[in-house]
Each structure stands twice: as C-alpha cells, then as structure tokens.
Design a binder for this molecule. Structure first.
Ligand SMILES: Nc1nc2c(ncn2[C@@H]2O[C@H](COP(=O)(O)OP(=O)(O)O)[C@@H](O)[C@H]2O)c(=O)[nH]1
Ligand SMILES: [Mg+2]
Length: 327
C-alpha cells in the first residue's frame, strides 16, 4: 500500500513493498539512507509487529540509533495476544525502554504516542526553554522492517493535516515533513530496515506476519510452524477452526519447548496438522489427496487476518500463561 506518505524509500519496490530481497547492497543503501535521515531528527519511532515483538526488531537498530531517543511501537496489537503484549511492555519498561502497543487500523493510540514522544523529549525541551527558546518543534521519523504498518501508522499519526514544506525555520528546502500536531513534525519517508535472517525460528515468525516474502521460506514449512505453534500455545483453537484432533496430533511428536525441539516438531506435528486441516476443510486434489498448497494459503490467510484469534509468536523470556515472569 502506498499511503499519502508516499513511497517508503527509493529502495522500496513499488506497491509490493514486501517484495524485497535483502542483499548486502540493499542493506548498505538502507543503512546510508537511515543515517542521513537520522541526522535530521530528534527522535525515532521504531515500528515493530506486536505478534512478533522480538523477531520484528531490526538486529542493528541499537547500533544505528546510537543515542538517539526512541520509542518502540508494537503495531497491529489488535492481532496480537493482549497478555503477551502486556508482558512485553512490562519487560521493556524494566529495561528502561518505552514500548507502546498500537492499532493503526483504527488509530486509537495516536494520542498516547504523541504524549510519549513529548515525554521522551521533555529534558531537551526544558533545556531549550531555559535558553529562551519559546517553541521548539520536535522532529521525528518512523523506522521499521517491511509490512509492520509504517505507512498506515504515519497516515494515522498525521491525520489530514497538510505537509509541512517551504520556508519554515529548521526545515531544509526539499525535505518532506508532515505535521503531527503543534509540537511535532514527522519525516514523510519512513526508514526501511532489513529483517533478521540469522535464526530459523525468526525467519518463520517474519514469514508468518508477512515481513519476508512467502517464497523465501517454503510455504508448507511456514504453515506447519504456525500450526505447531498454535497447538502448543493456544490449545483448542485448531480443533475449533479446523476440527483438528489436537490430542492425537500432539501425541505424534516428542515433547519439550526448546528451539531445537520446536524445529524438529514442525515435521512430526506441524505438517501432519497441515495435512489434517487440508482434509477437514476440503482442500483436496482430484482423487482425494490433501491439497497442501491450498491448505497453506488458507492457514496463512487465516492467521494474517486474525481469524485464528489473537496470537503472538514471540514471548518474553520465562513468559507464563498468567503473564508473570518466572525466575
Ligand atoms: N490489523 C492491522 N493491520 C494493520 C495495522 N497497521 C497496518 N496494517 C495493515 O498491514 C499492511 C501493511 O501496512 P503498511 O502500512 O503498508 O506497512 P509498511 O510496509 O510498514 O509501510 C496493510 O495491509 C495494512 O492495512 C494494524 O495496526 N492492525
Ligand atoms: Mg509502506
């Protein structure tokens, strides 16, 4: 989607902005564009996907931002498990990082985010005031990996206000800024960051939420990962939605929750679940065999549209069902 905020960056390829292969050259270019833009702003809003709080963070963001003030917005919170989101908010607060959940589909969280930006800048603003500056406009920008909702978020934050251009102090000719409110302006091109590729589970999470192309990882693997994860963490959902026999599927794999075990269980539990879902939902080839391609599309579409309920793929370390951390 290309919103009124325009193209995300020069390297974003047309409409299908998920449609990017991240070669080292692309990363170098994104890094250069980001650092150019960073020099123009006071603060950064890092957008991540609330369903994948850990996986959807850019691996280099801390190094890239240096000491630039930042808030992290966990967008698409309407699709995420609220208890998990809440646990992440607490965990980040414990580390001194402001994580705010948001639903840019409705824009209900805009006020909260404006307030957070002003709080983030409060020291700098009071220093400016002491030095006699009457009003200082906070300059900020949005950054994030593909498909986390950057364009949608910017449109929500800026509403219908006109673009800030032309001859106002602090705004260089040619730069495109959008007015958020009386005190904040926003660079109109979000910084496009590259996703993590360093870990297989992260890859599955990012593919599940649509931040990396569906054909980078085999779709059947992604769908099997999702079904396994839902069986393990949201019991009852798949018996309800796809009439799966969860007990017998779970009995097919070894138990345990470590990352290695999870990966091996994609084959022993996840894939059989995908085949069963295909059969139960009538995704069949001529002759009656399961049509895995159609089942993949069904599972991925259902998950992405929230039809399987509010599901979070990442959890804070030591997360337990009640949302409390264990020692
Ligand atoms: N459910 C939900 N969908 C969202 C939200 N924010 C964005 N989207 C959808 O996510 C998709 C990607 O959004 P877009 O703004 O283009 O992401 P970008 O690639 O980061 O600029 C679009 O289909 C949006 O409608 C949100 O908070 N909730
Ligand atoms: Mg965009």
């Amino acid at each position: 989607m290309i919103g009124r905020a325009g193209m995300d960056t020069q390297i974003e390829s047309g409409r299908a902005n998920v449609n990017i292969q991240w070669f080292p050259g692309h990363m170098a270019k994104a890094r250069r564009l980001l650092s150019e833009n960073l020099s123009k702003v006071d603060a950064v809003v890092e957008l991540i996907d609330a369903r994948a709080v850990t996986s959807s963070q850019n691996p280099e963001i801390d190094r890239l931002l240096k000491n630039k003030p930042r808030i992290i917005v966990a967008n698409k919170a309407d699709l995420a498990d609220p208890a998990v989101t809440e646990a992440f908010v607490k965990e980040y607060a414990g580390r001194g990082i402001r994580l705010i959940s948001a639903d840019s589909r409705t824009g209900a969280d805009v006020k909260k985010i404006k307030t957070a930006i002003m709080e983030l800048m409060s020291e700098k603003l009071s220093r400016k005031k002491e030095r006699g500056m009457r009003q200082y406009t906070v300059k900020t920008m949005v950054a994030g990996i593909p498909n986390v909702g950057k364009s949608t978020f910017i449109n929500r934050l800026c509403g219908r206000t006109a673009a800030v251009t032309g001859d106002r102090p602090g705004v260089t000719r040619g730069e495109q800024w959008l007015r958020v409110d009386d005190s904040i302006i926003l660079l109109d091109t979000p910084g496009l960051l590259w996703p993590k590729f360093d870990d297989q589970r992260i890859g599955y999470c990012l593919a599940s939420v649509g931040s990396i192309k569906d054909d980078v990882i085999d779709r059947a693997e992604i769908a099997s990962f999702l079904l396994l994860y839902i069986l393990d963490n949201y019991p009852g959902v798949l018996s309800d939605k796809y009439s799966l026999d969860e007990g017998s599927l779970m009995a097919g794999g070894n138990s345990g929750t470590g990352d290695g075990v999870i990966l091996s269980r994609i084959g022993t539990v996840g894939y059989p679940a995908l085949e069963a879902a295909a059969v139960k939902r009538g995704c069949l080839r001529k002759g009656g065999a399961a049509d895995i391609d159609r089942a993949c599309a069904m599972v991925l579409d259902d998950f992405r549209a929230g039809k399987l309920g509010r599901i979070s793929l990442d959890r804070p370390e030591n997360y337990e069902e009640n949302g409390e951390k264990t020692e």
